[in-house]
Design a protein around this ligand. Structure first.
Ligand SMILES: *[C@@H]1O[C@H](CO)[C@@H](O)[C@H](O)[C@H]1NC(C)=O
Ligand SMILES: *[C@@H]1O[C@H](CO)[C@@H](O)[C@H](O)[C@H]1NC(C)=O
Length: 325
């Protein structure tokens, strides 16, 4: 009995890692990441003497205790994304966000993280291309690369994610056109956020085959027809500040539509009567070439003249009464 007690006491004293849940491999990798980021104060809790499952910005899986989340957010971080993040094989959630001094490009090692469900690299100073290798992440449900300085074109392989439901590439410096492949997403049709880039050219006609629910293409240099985006499931369409040119009278507006921003384009025709039957939360068709009477309806009465002004000859409340011919 006494011997056993001695044994236990001895063990407690000699084993600093007693009760440590953290996987030793994961811990080594995290310490390399910390070093590569120049030991920032943000990661001061990443002390090799303590259990890495207790460290700030990380999370261990409840049963395996492998690192499954790394969330580096709003810290004073200078440097590049350490390639070692690819050596945390059980990550399902990875975030580098609001780190204005995070520079460089997106490291290819991220493609090794086959369990990733959610990847956010956003509000940083990251530059270089949107890498096509990210499409190797077959479990991704959420991909957010918004608010960076990424340039080049949208990889056409981005249509091949089997499970992606949200794609944010907005607020970058992307050029080129929207890939033809976006008319044939392999899995889910994701909510698509591509605003505030320099995307140009016409939309692929094939986009009409996809049932987009939310699509934001605003603040680009896109042209031509966009009427194919309206389908029976569409909820949010934001096309403002482009050069889209189509006849709105011919568009069948889906009942599901709650948000419609077409402002600052070259859209012609008149407002479809169906507009008055929708339960819209937001409407802006200003700065186009629309004509004719604004449909009557209680729902539409909630929008003021700024939703309609600067068109060729739209009339009726809340704008000027229509002139009798
Ligand atoms: C970014 O770096 C600059 C210059 O090195 C420094 O002045 C600034 O405080 C840093 N900002 C953040 C959020 O780390
Ligand atoms: C509609 O867009 C125009 C142009 O950007 C803007 O001036 C106006 O305030 C907007 N109105 C509403 C209700 O969003």
């Amino acid at each position: 009995m006494k011997a056993l007690l001695h044994f236990i006491v001895g063990f407690l004293i000699l084993s600093p890692s007693l009760g440590e849940l953290c996987n030793t491999e994961d811990k080594k990798v995290l310490l390399k990441i910390k070093k590569a980021l120049h030991n920032p104060y943000h990661l001061v809790s990443w002390d090799p003497k303590t259990d890495c499952c207790t460290w700030y910005c990380v999370h261990c899986h409840d049963t395996t205790h492998r690192i499954d989340q790394l969330n580096i957010f709003s810290g004073d971080i200078n440097g590049q994304i350490p390639p070692e993040v690819g050596d945390l094989p059980f990550l399902d959630y990875l975030v580098f966000r609001k780190l204005t001094n995070l520079t460089g490009t997106i490291p290819p090692t991220i493609a090794k993280l086959k369990n990733l469900v959610s990847l956010t690299l956003s509000w940083t100073d990251l530059s270089g291309p949107v890498p096509g290798f990210l499409s190797q992440l077959k479990n991704l449900d959420y991909l957010d690369l918004s608010f960076n300085k990424l340039s080049g074109t949208i990889p056409s392989s981005f249509s091949s994610f089997p499970k992606l439901r949200t794609l944010h590439l907005d607020r970058n410096k992307l050029t080129g056109s929207i890939p033809e492949s976006f008319g044939s997403f392999r899995g889910e049709v994701p909510d698509l956020f591509l605003s505030h880039n320099q995307l140009a050219g016409k939309l692929p006609v094939s986009l009409g085959k996809m049932q987009f629910r939310t699509i934001d293409l605003s603040w680009n240099r896109l042209q031509g027809d966009a009427s194919m985006l309206f389908n029976t499931q569409t909820m949010v369409i934001i096309l403002s500040r482009n050069s889209f040119e189509f006849d709105l009278s011919k568009v069948k507006l889906p009942r599901s539509l709650v948000w419609l921003d077409l402002s600052h384009n070259r859209i012609r025709g008149s407002l479809p009567a169906g507009l008055a039957r929708l339960q819209l939360q937001f409407l802006n068709v200003s700065y186009n070439f629309l004509c004719g009477k604004i449909p009557d309806g209680e729902e539409l009465g909630r929008f003021d003249s700024s939703s309609y002004f600067h068109n060729r000859c739209l009339c009726g409340a809340p704008l000027q009464p229509c002139k009798l011919k």
